[in-house]
Design a protein around this ligand. Structure first.
Ligand code: DGL
Length: 266
């Protein structure tokens, strides 16, 4: 089973890409909605949540864990890899493809406070974007809009306009989505940026990496049966059901396996 977790429903943007290329795998997803958002929280608190969720996922039979959250990857992935013996895949800030493909030499990055403070992000900037102008913007309030299903609201439009307009004025031609919640805002983002800005979502690359790793480790599913399991530590179970249903309808309508939804207290 492939375990995944995020502070909320954002990690479903990664699950969507996993299901697209690996429909026969079984998935177990934890939405840590009771502790959402992670972005402004101290690193130690996020690490504590990441460990608790990892132990829950291992207990439920996960063979590999995808940390479907940039903030939790920044705060916890190194410790998780040292502490537990199963393989982990983390989110990569997609600064590299954006910087390499930019014609204007200006890119925008939208992410949480925790992600911008992370070592991984700083290393990636140093390595791939030293000749690129990188405009960073913390997406305060965006996670909550996605968690409440308000991705197309006036508030979402106003907030995104405030965050993206300065990037456009500086000439950014790539926008990196550095938080797994943000792909659910793509339609609203597009209305502001138009088609001339490339929106870079790292989720497809993370899904391919997971696929590759399953093959290398020879732990691909041999008998696709059982249900996908979705857990939340908070109250957004209906929204999660709705989003999972939409992803299946759009990506994989033939999917025969059932989905179970539960609230947990961990
Ligand atoms: N989905 C998250 C990320 O990728 C977490 C955002 C948050 O909880 O602040 O960073």
């Amino acid at each position: 089973m492939i375990g995944l977790f995020d502070s909320g429903v954002g990690g479903l943007s990664v699950w969507k890409e996993l299901v697209k290329i690996m429909p026969d795998e079984r998935y177990i997803y934890v939405s840590d909605n009771g502790y959402c958002p992670y972005g402004p929280k101290p690193k130690a608190d996020i690490l504590d949540r990441a460990k608790k969720i990892t132990e829950f996922l291992i207990d439920k039979g996960a063979d590999i864990i995808v940390v479907a959250c940039n903030t939790a990857t920044a705060a916890a992935i190194e410790t998780l890899r040292k502490t537990y013996s199963l393989p982990f895949v983390g989110m990569e800030p997609a600064v590299k493809p954006a910087a390499l493909n930019s014609s204007t030499g200006v890119i925008g990055v939208l992410a949480t406070q925790g992600t911008f403070k992370g070592e991984l992000y700083l290393r990636t900037l140093h390595k791939f974007a030293s000749n690129t102008k990188v405009i960073e913007q913390i997406g305060t309030g965006l996670v909550e809009l996605v968690e409440n299903g308000n991705t197309d609201s006036e508030e979402a439009k106003e907030l995104l306009e405030k965050y993206l307009r300065p990037m456009l004025e500086e000439g950014a031609d790539h926008l990196v989505l550095g938080c797994t919640h943000y792909p659910f805002l793509t339609d609203t983002i597009r209305k502001i940026t138009g088609d001339s800005v490339a929106i870079v979502n790292p989720a497809p690359a993370i899904a391919s990496r997971t696929h590759e790793l399953l093959r290398e480790l020879n732990i691909q599913s041999k008998s696709p049966d059982g249900a996908n399991l979705f857990y939340t530590t908070g109250g957004n179970i209906r929204l999660m059901e709705k989003m999972v249903g939409e992803i299946i309808r759009n990506e994989n309508p033939e999917m025969v396996v059932g989905n179970e939804f539960h609230t947990i207290n961990i």
